[in-house]
Design a protein around this ligand. Structure first.
Ligand code: ASP
Ligand code: MG
Length: 439
């Protein structure tokens, strides 16, 4: 079994849906196709949800009209025969009536989640009808029947496996299952989702549950690049990453993959391949358990970081100091990214500043506290990167012009993290691109 996930732009127009259809039918293996919402739809639904929550009924009604027109045109261009067109019309009417119903009733969180789910529900039903019109056999599976969250709000691969396996009856090479990314049921049985960008995560969970041969994530770029193409001109696709390298990169800002995607695939040992729908022949990026290579792979950056330094001479030769610090962050459910210590000070970084004021107040009981906002973590990734003296030299040489606030190295064998003021990030990334990657 293959899992093929297509993102919003890959199904963003009737033409693009046709391309996806040719792409999947050319692959002679049974497959589960996971689709995102048509590009722009989830954003539009988020916007609509805000209007409904704010009781801005008139604007909300206009918003719904616009969505209806957009999908009407989409259907008109996608389907030609009267029966599938009628069916698509029903699908659209169902979604739009549901939205119009919200206008007259109290609107809260669970209705909002139901609203957000409409994007994936629409894209998958329209795509399935398109395949059927073109005499391509396919089976639509509702993610709501197997993608269920535990009471702690997490999906559980074993549970997905139990529910999904009986639905996949005798798959043959040409078998095509279609399902929605992103959406799920929570433990109360209400519609929920796996957070923005969560369709990648859906694909990975399904791939792990059915022990797929491969999970393919199809987007609009030819795989992960060695650097952020929005920041530097010359970047190149990375052919291969180990799971650990990919997890570091996905977390540190490489927008191409939802950060939770790697873990289920890694645990199940299922390779993940990032492919480009616009250039299907390009090799893309293969992510698997092979971690034998040692060259440096990529650099990524994460913005919106706040650094906090706690300085106290009481730390000298004392134990339990870090515990006290971490307990404060734990109490406020605030994750810490980087940590560096000296004998009398600790610096650490957070990206969620919701409870910053309280945290700082409590930390002040332990020592002198300094806060630096608007920082970026630059993270260089590659297996055994610390063993590569040359890379270390090149890296620090590249940073000659950049003030470094923190350096973390040795936390894992495949990552070096640097904290720099955000205004310096772009220059630093360009300089690393030249100095370390020779680009
Ligand atoms: N449609 C959802 C979003 O835009 C999920 C996804 O595309 O992965 O966030
Ligand atoms: Mg995405």
């Amino acid at each position: 079994m293959l899992i093929l996930k297509f993102g919003g732009t890959s199904v963003g127009s009737p033409q693009r849906m046709q391309q996806v259809a040719s792409l999947i039918t050319a692959i002679n293996q049974p497959k589960i196709v996971v689709l995102s919402a048509v590009a722009g739809t989830t954003n539009a639904l988020v916007q609509l949800g805000k209007l409904l929550l704010a009781k801005q009924t008139e604007e909300a009604a206009e918003h719904i009209d616009k969505l209806e027109q957009h999908y009407q045109a989409f259907i008109d261009n996608l389907l030609t025969q009267s029966k599938p067109r009628q069916q698509a019309q029903q699908v659209l009417t169902h979604s739009i009536s549901l939205m119009r119903n919200y206008l007259g009733y109290p609107f809260g969180r669970s209705k909002n989640n139901e609203l957000l789910a409409q994007g994936e529900l629409l894209s998958t039903q329209l795509f399935s009808l398109f395949l059927t019109e073109n005499k391509i056999d396919n089976t639509l599976l509702s993610a709501l029947d197997f993608m269920h969250l535990t009471p702690s709000g997490e999906p559980d691969v074993q549970d997905i496996k139990q529910k999904l396996t009986p639905m996949l009856r005798a798959p043959r090479p040409g078998t095509i299952y279609i399902t929605q990314g992103f959406i799920c049921l929570n433990s109360q049985g209400d519609i929920d989702n796996l957070k923005r960008g969560g369709s990648d995560y859906t694909a990975s969970l399904i791939g792990a549950a059915v022990q797929a041969n491969e999970i393919q994530i199809w987007t609009d770029i030819d795989g992960m690049h060695n650097n952020d193409p929005r920041l530097v001109k010359a970047t190149k696709p990375i052919e291969h990453l180990s799971f650990d390298e990919a997890a570091e990169l996905a977390y540190f800002g490489a927008k191409i993959l939802h950060p939770a995607t790697i873990l289920p695939a890694q645990v199940a040992g299922v390779p993940v391949r990032l492919k480009n729908t616009l250039q299907p022949e390009a090799p893309g990026t293969l992510i698997n358990k092979d971690a034998s290579h040692t060259q440096v792979k990529a650099v990524a950056a994460k913005d919106g970081i706040t650094a906090i330094k706690i300085k106290s001479s009481r730390m000298l030769l004392a134990h339990g100091f870090l515990l006290k610090i971490f307990q404060i962050f734990d109490y406020y459910k605030t994750a810490i990214d980087m940590v560096t210590t000296s004998e009398i000070a600790v610096s650490l970084t957070i990206d969620d500043t919701t409870h910053l004021t309280n945290i700082v107040e409590e930390l002040q009981a332990l020592g002198q506290v300094e806060v630096d906002k608007n920082q970026s973590i630059i993270c260089l990734v590659g297996n055994q990167i610390l063993k590569n003296q040359q890379v270390l030299q090149q890296l620090f040489k590249s940073m000659e012009q950049t003030p470094l606030r923190m350096v973390s190295l040795g936390g894992s064998k495949n990552n070096i993290s640097l904290l720099v003021p955000s205004q310096q990030k772009q220059v630093a990334m360009a300089s690393i691109n030249k100095g370390v990657f020779g680009l």
